[in-house]
Write a protein that binds this ligand. Sequence first.
Ligand code: SER
Length: 320
Amino acid sequence: MNKTKVLVIGACGQIGVELTEALRQKYGRYQVIAADIREKNKAGDHYLYVKLDVTDKSKLLMLCREERITQIYLLAAMLSASGERDPALAWQLNMDGLLNVLDVAEKCEMDKVFWPSSIAVFGLDAPAQHTPQANASIPSTVYGISKASGEYWCHYYFEKYGLDVRSLRFPGLISYKSPPGGGTTDYAVDIFHKALADGRYLCFLKPGTMLPMMYMPDAIRAVLELMDAPAEKLRVRTSYNLSAMSFTPEVLGAEIGKHIGDFKLDYLPDFRQQIADTWPDSIDDYDARVDWAWQSRFGLKEMVRDMLENLTRMTSLSKA
Ligand code: SER
């Protein structure tokens, strides 16, 4: 059996920074190549680093052949809010990137591929509460359309070529190591930075906007557990619903306020409100729990405490 050799594409992004580190711990420092369109100096302490544009298929194929890559984690994508600013570019990056990876993985006879989908595949036609693991919905954003289409492509490559591609529909992800970029759920990260720096935050979503969210340690563990699950257990080959917590801006603000007494939250909704209004309030992840024993660990209280502790520690380290 070939030794696992991993390529993480989009390694400098919000998920990429933490997933690359987790994969290095799992497979060894030199078994994981970090790739991103950005220059290496933005990539922190990544050991093996390649500057790569995922839409450059010949370079991707060459790299995978030369390095004998056995698993790809494709994280490079344009998120929901940025995607609405440039729909054509979002479609090109999100779809060409995925199709290139699926095709190269199939050509190189790779063991496995991971690709994240999103709650953005669901639109107003889906039930908002405990949205079930269903495929048919009408997404409201180009990002959502690219994720919904991508899920069908993953399913197609699995059925037609036997490519073991696995996927999760991530809710909004909250993390302190690396910022999100261009999403509708980004407020739930920005709010922590502003709360600590200024004691106040101007939220771009209005009170009452309930969205599904997850703390990054849960998200990384979900990827690792899904990728370790026996292939025959996985009945969903589009993308698994995944759930941890749901909250509104005012509920998050109140929880932060328990730690930062005079924290003040104001609201100035913008175009992201229309996107959020079409997304589910909460997600039913029954299939993930049954098929590969998924269980989230962080709720709102634990997440808020951990975020504030870590961001405070990082701020004092950077000042020292
Ligand atoms: N966090 C993403 C976004 O807001 C959703 O997957 O675009």
